[in-house]
Design a protein around this ligand. Structure first.
Ligand code: GDP
Length: 177
């Protein structure tokens, strides 16, 4: 997208999922196209903007991320209320983060006034090669189907599937009226 292009639509996308699943790394991958092993931690709640061109439309995505607030459920309602879309992340090497997906789903659904497009991401797919993944892709896609959300395996480290996810979510948010 050429710099200076004016976005026709702006969407607020919230990142959620347990601590350390790779939310900030995914935001950095989406916005800067890179992986940093030592990301400077955000203070509180912050967003980064990714501008994408989808079907000839210039769309600005505000990617909202939190620093450690995952632990404080109280923050969640206001954080999620005005969301246009959500990226719910777990780590394929952490069973605990997978078991917590339903909790995050409930938190989103309680907060929003009407359903929003949600994509469930099985992040750190690169760990499959070294046998460190404990949750299969099939477990992830089955859960996503039950919850009625989109699903993809991703890696913030090697970039696997990250761009397609951004476009799929953008398409779904554009389809909401
Ligand atoms: P957050 O707390 O959910 O924002 O997670 P971070 O983005 O801070 O990442 C937590 C840890 O996981 C860091 O050590 C990252 O370098 C690492 N990490 C994040 N994404 C990936 C990934 O796709 N693959 C691997 N192998 N490590 C990752």
């Amino acid at each position: 997208v050429p710099s200076g292009a004016v976005a026709e639509r702006t969407f607020r996308v919230v990142m959620c999922g347990d601590a350390a699943v790779g939310k900030s790394s995914l935001v950095n991958r989406i916005v800067n196209g890179q992986f940093l092993s030592n990301l400077p931690s955000t203070l509180g709640v912050d967003f980064h903007v990714k501008t994408v061109k989808h079907d000839g439309k210039v769309v600005a995505l505000q990617l909202w991320d939190t620093a450690g607030q995952e632990r404080f459920r109280s923050l969640c309602k206001s954080y999620f209320r005005r969301a246009d879309g959500a990226i719910l992340v777990y780590d394929v090497s952490s069973e605990q983060s997978f078991l917590r997906v339903r909790h995050w789903m409930e938190t989103i659904q309680e907060a929003v006034e009407r359903p929003i497009p949600i994509v469930l991401l099985a992040n750190k797919s690169d760990l499959r090669d070294s046998g460190r993944a404990v949750i299969s892709a099939n477990q992830g896609s089955t859960l996503a189907a039950k919850m009625g959300v989109l699903f993809s395996e991703t890696s913030a480290l090697d970039g696997n599937n990250v761009d397609p996810v951004v476009h799929t979510l953008t398409r779904e948010m554009l389809a909401v009226e």
